[in-house]
Design a binder for this molecule. Structure first.
Ligand SMILES: [Zn+2]
Length: 205
């Protein structure tokens, strides 16, 4: 069952996790390289940019292809770095300095400050960039990834229990025993397979 971009986007529970998951097409295919359109659609769906700004950005490759290519390649490097870092983190493996370097590079160039903004009946913190360069578009993602790493075990970063899925998520369940990116897809598939196995007494896969 194919999922919509929006469903996949929200499964991870954190911006950087959703960004890494974006690179995975459903059902275990190898990661697809990030396109400009997917990047901008993601930033818009994640409320990093407004729909108006998103529409402007979608037209950018026709107006200033050098800027859009530079940002896309930086976004692709960030996505790869975060994927490697998350994979190593869930395996308790060694995290290579070069991956951290890519994240730090974006944290460094995107100076700015947080500001309180009113959001309906609540307040939230929003990052305001000092310069209006395109790189700030990746700042929130890099920071989200950095926070997950800095929180270490507390972030409860997990890889979906379905070995062909490959999606990451942050386990915010009370029991801390969430196994699947989504109960509706991977969890259900597991239940069906386990049921079939009980019926026939032999493995189905
Ligand atoms: Zn899954």
């Amino acid at each position: 069952m194919p999922r919509t971009l929006d469903e996949r986007r929200s499964l991870g529970g954190r911006l950087a996790v959703d960004f890494v998951n974006l690179g995975k097409v459903f059902s275990g295919s190898s990661p697809r390289p990030l396109s400009w359109e997917r990047l901008i659609t993601f930033l818009e769906a994640a409320s990093v940019v407004s729909p108006e700004r998103g529409a402007q950005l979608l037209a950018l490759p026709n107006l200033d292809s050098r800027s859009s290519e530079a940002l896309l390649s930086r976004a692709q490097r960030l996505q790869t770095a975060l994927r490697e870092v998350f994979s190593a983190s869930v395996r308790r493996g060694r995290i290579a300095r070069e991956w951290i370097g890519t994240i730090n590079e974006i944290l460094r160039i995107t100076e700015g400050h947080d500001e309180l903004v009113s959001d309906a009946d609540a307040w939230r913190l929003e990052f305001v960039a000092r310069e209006d360069s395109l790189d700030w578009l990746l700042a929130a993602i890099a920071r989200s990834g950095a926070e997950i790493l800095a929180e270490s075990a507390a972030s409860r970063l997990r890889l979906c229990g379905n070995p062909t899925c490959g999606l990451f998520f942050c386990d915010t369940s009370r029991t801390r025993k969430r196994r699947w990116c989504s109960m509706a897809t991977c969890g259900n598939r597991h239940k069906v397979a386990a049921f079939a196995q009980r019926q026939t007494g032999r493995p189905t896969s």
